[in-house]
Design a protein around this ligand. Structure first.
Ligand code: ZN
Length: 294
């Protein structure tokens, strides 16, 4: 969602100019092992990424990240198969948004069972999106997957950026894969807040912080490709909490949507990335909540 790299900006600019897909440069991808782990990897394709875990008994993969680019999932499977010949047993969706979960077919064909939150399946069944594999299994509150000596916990910590987000926790490694509801050092983008749940989002961050983890793999590369920290999530929670309190005041003063969406400022957070370009979208969303109950 957040386009940061020069490459992505170049691709976006080229796309806006309207060339055919054939003229587009092949997007770069990378597979990296997470430092300090034996078997946890990140597959990045363009500006999206997913975690996968390799065990002797098979692979647990997440998010195919292939919306509008089926070659991404094929590349992802090929990258896994360069590391191991063990079968891909699971494909787990972080939430139901297509930019993260479209393109699961090559995983399904490799034998993976597709797992997602119950609400994600309900939405995907109703939406009938192109190139979207419907989950085989659903999770409500919590599910533990054990495979080849690795334990992966799936937690629903409440509605946040979506109503179907699963936090994937590797308890031994103290790593989580959490997508789109914690913008590392940044003000959430328009797309990050478009389909979001004010108040519940803050509660979800608190529940996620209550889990035992040190590092977070985000669904979009962090600044400089870094992983997320608990401090990032605490900062996101503080930002949303202060945003919510200020918008509530503005709403009670009759200032929602306008002029709050242009006038309201949060000076404590001006150093966050994308503060200038994204703040008004956040104010607009929370204005909808406090001002109109939506
Ligand atoms: Zn999303």
């Amino acid at each position: 969602m957040r386009i940061r790299t020069a490459f992505a900006i170049a691709v976006a600019a080229t796309a806006a100019a309207g060339p055919s897909l054939a003229q587009m440069p092949a997007p770069p991808f990378a597979t990296t092992k997470v430092e300090g782990t034996d078997n946890v990897y990140i597959f990045r394709y363009g500006n999206h990424q997913a975690m996968f875990v390799v065990t002797k008994a098979g692979v647990i993969a997440t998010d195919p990240i292939s919306y509008g680019r089926p070659q991404a999932a094929k590349t992802y499977v090929a990258e896994i198969q360069k590391i191991t010949k063990a079968p891909i047993k699971y494909l787990i969706y972080s939430h139901h948004h297509y930019d993260h979960i479209a393109g699961g077919k090559p995983f399904k064909e490799a034998g993976a069972r597709v797992v997602a939150h119950r609400r994600a399946k309900e939405r995907l069944v109703a939406l009938k999106g192109l190139d979207v594999v419907i989950p085989d299994e659903v999770v409500d509150g919590k599910r533990i997957i054990s495979l080849g000596g690795t334990t992966l916990e799936l937690h629903f910590t409440g509605r946040n950026h979506s109503d179907s987000s699963l936090v994937m926790l590797l308890p031994k490694e103290k790593i989580i894969f959490a997508v789109d509801f914690n913008s590392l050092g940044a003000v959430p983008s328009r797309l990050a807040i478009n389909d979001s749940y004010p108040i519940e989002w803050e509660a979800s961050l608190k529940r996620t912080l209550a889990l035992k983890w040190d590092r977070m793999i985000p669904g979009h590369p962090g600044p400089g490709g870094r992983l997320g920290t608990r401090a990032d999530m605490e900062q996101q929670l503080a930002f949303l909490t202060d945003l919510s309190a200020e918008v509530k005041k503005a709403s009670d003063a009759g200032k929602c949507f306008s002029p709050a969406d242009t006038e309201l400022k949060l000076p404590k957070y001006t150093t966050l990335l994308n503060y200038e370009q994204n703040l008004s979208w956040n104010v607009h969303r929370w204005c909808g909540y406090w001002g109109r109950g939506i």
